[in-house]
Design a protein around this ligand. Structure first.
Ligand code: G6D
Length: 345
């Protein structure tokens, strides 16, 4: 089922719901997921993503809550890159680096929205054209992002793009998940299992050094279930330098059934993540400023966890990583599926 409402006289919010009571709400502004209602083991419907109570806060959205991120998710070192010996300079909006597509990136544009519904699913296709030179990037880029909610409790994000010039592109969604429901607890006691034996080492400006670190024997080893909180009090330098947590790109070992599984035992909610991206940034809101009013509670450190499935912008400066360059005539086509299971006691 699908419903639409006007927001602040300038935006539209679309609410998609399936036959099992799960619903997701999305703004045309930034493609922002503002709510994701999922029952717990007792059937109580609660919100499992962070979002502002006053939607006007989404105008600036310093945390990128729920938003489509692009042209390039993550940090581009020195806010610059070169293609075939031509240098491009972007806005440095995060110290000397370029973060998440820069100011007025994809998280701050109004997308065209095309709702659809069929027997088993309901969804939205959002489209946007980023002109040549937009935020300093080359090429006219046509982008579409489709959110589909089906009756198998899957929220499917399909990303597609094409460009008339070679340009870097890697998109993601920046939702902060908190499976306790209505942010009753922070994410310390969420369990995560992740199919990854290597992650990208960061320097003190949060830029990858180009070195991959084996997770074995470190707080980054999620190959068996482990509490997210493992990295919050660890003395491991890669945890402490990002603000005592995780803010790292994990490279997946296989294109397996689910690369990530998140289990929140008190609510009985389990979320599985499957993607055709080579990896993902797991960010545990280490640097979240306090005091912003959310739908439930206020912003606090560790209030949510992001699973930013994406390519690695460091590939623009380190040849060893999978490229994020989109060539003319090629199609960018990525998918991430969040499956929301409820395991009764
Ligand atoms: C911080 O380093 C983190 C980013 O990974 C995150 O996306 C942002 O906050 C919201 O800059």
């Amino acid at each position: 089922m699908l419903s639409t409402s006007e927001i602040n006289g300038k935006w539209k919010e679309y609410r998609l719901s399936n036959k099992n009571g799960i619903s997701v709400s999305v703004l045309d502004y930034g493609g922002i997921i503002t709510k994701l209602m999922v029952p717990d083991k007792n059937g109580n419907l609660e919100n499992v993503v962070l979002g502002f109570k006053d939607y006007q806060e989404y105008e600036s959205n310093p945390f990128y809550f729920g938003a489509i991120i692009g042209r390039v998710a993550g940090r581009i070192q020195g806010a610059s890159f070169s293609i075939e010996d031509k240098a491009y300079h972007l806005e440095a909006n995060n110290n000397a680096n370029h973060l998440h597509g820069g100011p007025k990136g994809f998280h701050q544009v109004i997308w065209n929205v095309y709702p659809f519904e069929n027997e088993d699913a309901v969804g939205l296709t959002l489209t946007h054209t980023s002109a040549d030179g937009d935020r300093g990037y080359p090429g006219n880029v046509d982008v579409s992002v489709t959110y589909t909610l089906n009756n198998h409790n899957q929220l499917i994000l399909d990303y597609a793009a094409s460009s008339d010039q070679t340009t870097p592109l890697t998109l993601t969604n920046h939702s902060y998940f908190n499976l306790s429901g209505n942010a009753k607890e922070n994410i310390t006691n969420h369990y995560v299992k992740m199919d990854s034996s290597k992650f990208a080492e960061l320097d003190h400006t949060l830029i990858p050094t180009g070195k991959l670190i084996d997770v074995t024997g470190t707080p980054f080893d999620f190959r068996k279930y482990q509490k997210i909180g493992t990295g919050f009090n660890s003395s491991f330098e890669q945890n402490s330098l990002v603000g005592n947590g995780y803010d790292h790109y994990f490279i997946f070992d296989h294109a397996s059934e689910h690369q990530v599984i998140v289990d929140e035992p008190h609510s009985g909610r389990i979320m599985k993540v499957k993607t055709n991206q080579p990896g993902m940034v797991m960010y545990t809101a280490n640097n979240m400023a306090e005091g912003y009013v959310l739908l439930e509670g206020t912003t606090k450190k560790y209030q949510g966890v992001c699973f930013e499935t994406q390519g690695l912008p460091a590939s623009l400066h380190h040849p060893g990583f999978p490229s994020i360059l989109l060539m003319p005539g090629k199609k960018y086509k990525k998918q991430t599926v969040f499956t929301l299971n409820i395991i009764n006691e």
